[in-house]
Design a protein around this ligand. Structure first.
Ligand SMILES: [Fe+2]
Length: 287
């Protein structure tokens, strides 16, 4: 891989079609190895495998021996104006290197401001200045981690005044300037569409769809007047419908069920994994 190509996507169709994947949660470990059928790959939270603890490292080796793994980072804070934390980037790079995945992912967000942890993924203002910081940080991450990076859309309950770009314009310029792909979280897209009153199909019309490599999907919740991505319930019909539209329109290489709360037995999630696989198969994304 030449230097200019480090961390960039190239043609997403050159990436392997992984199929229907599951966000790995430790509570499923026993069940996972009793019956691996129907789980084409695992997305692992990179932050959970940064420890040198032998138990953590042997868990990673075990997962790697049985499944294709995609690392998903939580706390790189790509939108931070002060730049990346070099020690954290180093720990993340070691996890990604150990896995040697076809791609890895992080969020279009910041989790630290002025060195202070915020404790959650915060949305960036859609301004040229924020885009410049984000691109500079992504270029720094790409210099350290050569595997292709795909970037995930997050939720926000509101937009601050002063935005200079729409989110699709922001994402289009971001992918053009960094060569990154997109991880389209369809649940997040629908949650934002409901809270910010826009049409998700029109949003898709304005995205660089050829850059969408992977999706996330799961259920949502309603708190008062606001929809939230609580990752705590079964995938609802509107998410399946949008997932089918995305599979038809984008060169998807994988879909990941991202369940983090009210986690049921793996047996209960298998029908969702099967339905996602079938959606991708019907769209011709994999066999
Ligand atoms: Fe997600």
């Amino acid at each position: 891989m030449g230097k200019a190509e480090r961390g960039a996507l190239g043609q997403s169709t050159e990436l392997p079609a992984l199929g229907s994947g599951l966000g790995y949660r430790r509570v499923h470990r026993g069940e996972l190895f009793l019956d691996r059928r129907g789980i084409d790959f695992l997305e692992i939270v990179a932050d959970h495998f940064m420890s040198a603890d032998p138990a953590v490292q042997s868990e990673l080796a075990l997962l790697q021996a049985h499944f294709p793994l995609i690392p998903h980072g939580l706390d790189l804070s790509l939108g931070s104006a002060e730049g990346l934390d070099p020690a954290y980037l180093d720990r993340l790079a070691r996890v990604v290197e150990a896995i040697d995945p076809p791609w890895w992912s992080e969020h279009i967000a910041y989790t630290r401001a002025d060195g202070v942890a915020i404790g959650h993924l915060a949305a960036l203002p859609l301004t040229r200045e924020a885009l410049d910081f984000l691109c500079a940080n992504i270029h720094a991450a790409q210099r350290r981690i050569p595997a292709p990076l795909i970037l995930e859309n997050i939720t926000t309950p509101f937009r601050l005044p002063g935005d200079e770009l729409t989110e699709p314009q922001f994402l289009t310029e971001l992918t053009e300037r960094t060569g990154c792909g997109l991880l389209l979280d369809v649940t997040n897209l629908l949650v934002n569409a409901a809270n910010l009153s826009f049409d998700p199909s029109e949003y898709l019309d304005q995205l660089p769809l050829e850059r969408v490599v992977q999706t996330h999907y799961v259920g949502w919740a309603r708190r008062g007047d606001t929809w939230v991505d609580d990752h705590g319930s079964e995938t609802p019909e509107p998410v399946w419908e949008l997932l089918a539209e995305v599979a038809a329109r984008c060169p998807l290489r994988g879909m990941v069920l991202e369940r983090d709360r009210n986690i049921p037995a793996l047996a209960e999630l298998r029908p969702e994994l099967e339905r996602a696989r079938e959606i991708g198969r019907k769209a011709g994304r994999w066999d």
